[in-house]
Design a binder for this molecule. Structure first.
Ligand code: ZN
Length: 204
């Protein structure tokens, strides 16, 4: 663990720094500063963080219905009856779902694919929860499916495949339009851009 700490650091602290350094956006230097802050602010940060990590580790799972992060069978969105609007928004990842929620422009439910089709990486429709999406569209009296996929080649290939699967069901198919840059990823867009793109969605 030489990369994480100094010679003065205890093994347990070193181990924490090494784990923190593997988080996105943190390197060894930021991890050392974060761990020092945690130790200095034990009551305000270290103890609550430790408890929060244990709570999430004990309960976190995939929502049975949409693939979002959940702590029970259903996620907070699927469990909310006010979100049953007959609209399903299809996203690639949970990060994209959170980005859509931050925009605050969508009141229906989601379906998280868990990725996009990729012949190169061997990603097939079955590994993307697409059969589950087709089943949901029939089961949930869905009027509209919004394909909020990234404007990448694989994202658009996936949108094309899903529209082929859903077309026979007679559901309205739309996709995000203006606002999403070519090659762009939802998680990096500002909230206003995502909201505008959702409002300007078009039929496929
Ligand atoms: Zn859910």
């Amino acid at each position: 663990m030489a990369e994480a700490g100094d010679a003065q650091t205890d093994a347990a602290v070193d181990r924490l720094i090494g784990l923190m350094a593997r988080l996105p956006g943190l390197g060894p230097r930021s991890a050392r500063r974060a761990v020092l802050t945690l130790i200095r602010r034990r009551e305000a940060l270290l103890d609550p963080l430790s408890q929060a990590l244990a709570d999430v580790a004990a309960t976190v799972r995939e929502c049975d219905r949409c693939g979002n992060i959940a702590t029970g069978e259903l996620c907070a969105i699927c469990a909310n009856p006010a979100r049953a609007t007959g609209e399903i928004c299809v996203v690639e990842t949970v990060a994209d779902l959170w980005a859509m929620e931050r925009a605050g422009a969508f009141s229906g439910r989601y379906h998280v694919l868990g990725g996009v089709l990729s012949a190169l990486d061997g990603v097939t429709p079955a590994s993307l929860r697409i059969p589950e999406l087709v089943a949901r569209v029939a089961d949930e009296a869905t009027r509209e499916v919004i394909l909020a996929l990234n404007a990448t080649v694989d994202g658009q290939t996936t949108a094309h495949y899903i529209s082929g699967e859903l077309s026979p069901l007679g559901v309205r198919l739309t996709s995000l339009a203006k606002g999403v840059p070519i090659g762009g990823e939802l998680d990096y867009l500002d909230d206003g851009t995502i909201g505008a793109a959702l409002l300007a969605r078009r039929a496929l």
